[in-house]
Design a protein around this ligand. Structure first.
Ligand SMILES: [Zn+2]
Length: 487
C-alpha cells in the first residue's frame, strides 16, 4: 500500500515520523486490518468543543503526563457527515450542543479515529484559530515601555482583572497540550501492540532537554550591568550557557556585555529592532526592513534565533523571520489565558519543537511559566514559584519535551529578590538532573534538524544514522550562516 502518489504525507505519517518509528512500523500499525484506522477527511472543518473520554482511552492517555483531559476544550477537524462505526471511546461536545464520536473501537480491537488527526495537529500547532489582530494599544501607537511604571501596572492588572471577570483567566502553567496528547495516545497504542522502538528525542540517552533564555527589552539591562550579571552568574555557576535575546536598537550600548557573553559560549538572539510591540503588525516593507537589521547580530554573533517582543506574532512575521533566521521562540506550549499582551487562548499544544507550517523555521516553544506571569498573578513567594515551575517541568520530562525557561533582565519584575532566588533554584535543579540535556536553544535547533534528517533517511533508505550523541555530529558547531538570504 503506497500512499505517496500525491507527495503529501500519508494519513498519520507525520505522527509516526515525529516519534521516529520506521516506515515498516507505520505500515504494520496503520491501515486496513491494522490496529489504527483513520481516513483522509476531505470535508473536515474546525470544531471547538469539550472532549470526553471513555475509561479505556483516558487510561491510555496517561493523565500524569497529559493532564486531566475529561473536561478540556479543544479544536478538532471533523466531518459532520460521517457515521462512525464501533464502540465510541471519545467524543467532542460542541457549543451548539452536538456530540460527535471521534474515536471508536471495532470488534476486532482496532482503534478508529474519526477526526483528521494530522490536520488537527497542524491547526493547533500553528495556532490557526488566532485572529492575529493588533492589540488596541498597538493600534493607538502606544509603546508600553514609554509609559510610567504605575500606569503600565494599572493597565496590565486591569486587563488581567477583565479577563478574570470574563472567566478566561485560568491557572498558570502547562495547561492543556492537545498536540502532545494526540501523539501520545497513538504512541501508546503502538507501544501496546508492537515491539517497535522509536528514535530517541535527545542525545546521549537524555530524557528531556533544558534550555534558558533572557529577554533584554530595554537599554536598562546595559546601563545597570548588575541586572544582567546576576543572571549570568547563576547560569554559569550551574554550568549552563543560555540565549540572550537582544533588541538591535540597544546593540551599541550593549556591545561590550554581549561580546563578553558570546566569548563565554552564550548565544545572542534577536528580539526585534525596538521593543514597541509593532513588529508583528508592521506593513510588509517596514517589516522586511526591520527584520533585515538582524544582520548586525548575525555577523557579530552568528545569531540564528528569534523571539518576538511581547510574543506578538503573525504568519507574515514568521515568513519574514524564516528568510533571515533558523528558529523561533515566540510561542508558548499552552497557556490558559493568563494575560495579554500575548494573544488570548494561545499555545501550540506541544512541548516539542516543530516546523512552522510553510516555513523552514523551527518553533521551540517557551514552556516554563515565567516571571511576569507570577508577577501578574500576585505570587511573590519563591517556594511557590519554584514548585509551580517544577510541576510543569515534571510533565515536560514525562513527555520528553523541552523545559524552556525565560526571564527578563529588567528592573521589573524579574530582578525582585524572590524572583532571582527562584531562578537560581530552578537552574540548580535542572543542572543537577542527570536525565536532562542542558543545551542552548540554538543547540536544540541544530539537534532537532539532525534528528529529522535521520528519520527521513530511515523512511527513504530503511536505515537511520541513529543520532545518539550531540558531539559526535559536530552539533555544536554553527552551520553555514544564512546571511546571503537577507536583502
Ligand atoms: Zn521582550
Amino acid at each position: 500500500m503506497d500512499m505517496r502518489q500525491d507527495n503529501k504525507p500519508s494519513i498519520l505519517e507525520p505522527v509516526f515520523r515525529f516519534w521516529g518509528y520506521s516506515r515498516k512500523t507505520y505500515r504494520d500499525m496503520v491501515g486496513p486490518g491494522c490496529a489504527i484506522q483513520s481516513e483522509r477527511l476531505l470535508f473536515a472543518v474546525p470544531h471547538y468543543g469539550a472532549l470526553r473520554f471513555a475509561r479505556d482511552v483516558s487510561e491510555l492517555i496517561n493523565t500524569d503526563a497529559y493532564g486531566l483531559v475529561q473536561f478540556r476544550q479543544s479544536w478538532l477537524l471533523i466531518d459532520e457527515t460521517l457515521k462512525p462505526e464501533g464502540k465510541p471511546l471519545a467524543w467532542i461536545e460542541t457549543k451548539k450542543g452536538h456530540r460527535y464520536p471521534i474515536i471508536t473501537r471495532t470488534s476486532d480491537n482496532q482503534f478508529h479515529f474519526w477526526f483528521d488527526v494530522d490536520r488537527t495537529i497542524q491547526f493547533v500547532q500553528n495556532e490557526e484559530h488566532l485572529r492575529h489582530a493588533a492589540p488596541l494599544y498597538v493600534k493607538l501607537g502606544v509603546n508600553p515601555h514609554r509609559l510610567p511604571r504605575h500606569m503600565r501596572d494599572l493597565a496590565f492588572h486591569g486587563m488581567h482583572r477583565l479577563r478574570q471577570l470574563r472567566g478566561s483567566s485560568g491557572s498558570i502553567g502547562q495547561g492543556f497540550a492537545a498536540v502532545d496528547m494526540w501523539r501520545g495516545l497513538i504512541h501508546r497504542i503502538v507501544e501496546s501492540q508492537s515491539n517497535a522502538i522509536p528514535t530517541p528525542f535527545w542525545p546521549d540517552g537524555k530524557k528531556y532537554a533544558c534550555a534558558a533564555s533572557h529577554d533584554l527589552d530595554t537599554v536598562q539591562c546595559f546601563i545597570k550591568p548588575k541586572l544582567l550579571e546576576q543572571f549570568r552568574s547563576i547560569d554559569e555557576d550551574c554550568g549552563m550557557r543560555t540565549a540572550w535575546m537582544v533588541v538591535t536598537g540597544n546593540l551599541e550600548p550593549g556591545r561590550t556585555a554581549l561580546d563578553d557573553l558570546y566569548a563565554h559560549g552564550h548565544e545572542i538572539g534577536f528580539h526585534g529592532t525596538v521593543h514597541d510591540h509593532r513588529l508583528a503588525f508592521a506593513p510588509p516593507a517596514e517589516m522586511v526592513r526591520r527584520v533585515a537589521e538582524v544582520r548586525s547580530l548575525v555577523s557579530s554573533y552568528g545569531t540564528t534565533g528569534f523571539r518576538s517582543p511581547a510574543y506578538l506574532r503573525t504568519p507574515s512575521l514568521y515568513r519574514a523571520i524564516d528568510v533571515a533566521l533558523s528558529y523561533d521562540m515566540s510561542m508558548h506550549d499552552a497557556i490558559e489565558g493568563v494575560c495579554r499582551p500575548s494573544p488570548a487562548n494561545e499555545g501550540c499544544g506541544t512541548c516539542h519543537p516543530f516546523f512552522l507550517h510553510g516555513t523552514n523555521l523551527l518553533e521551540i516553544p517557551t514552556t516554563v511559566p515565567e516571571d511576569w506571569q507570577y508577577d501578574l498573578m500576585g505570587i511573590n513567594d519563591c517556594d511557590k514559584i519554584l514548585s509551580s515551575q517544577l510541576e510543569n517541568i515534571s510533565c515536560i520530562k514525562m513527555r520528553g519535551g523541552i523545559a524552556n525557561a525565560l526571564t527578563h533582565t529588567e528592573p521589573e519584575p524579574t530582578t525582585k529578590p524572590f524572583m532571582i532566588q527562584a531562578y537560581r533554584q530552578l537552574m540548580t535543579v535542572m543542572a543537577r538532573d542527570e536525565q536532562a540535556w542542558l543545551a542552548t536553544p540554538g543547540e536544540i535547533n541544530r539537534w532537532w534538524r539532525l534528528r529529522v534528517e535521520s528519520i527521513n533517511q530511515l523512511w527513504t533508505q530503511g536505515v537511520a544514522y541513529a543520532p545518539v550523541s550531540a558531539s559526535r555530529h559536530d552539533l555544536l558547531l554553527p552551520k553555514k550562516q544564512r546571511q546571503a538570504a537577507i536583502h
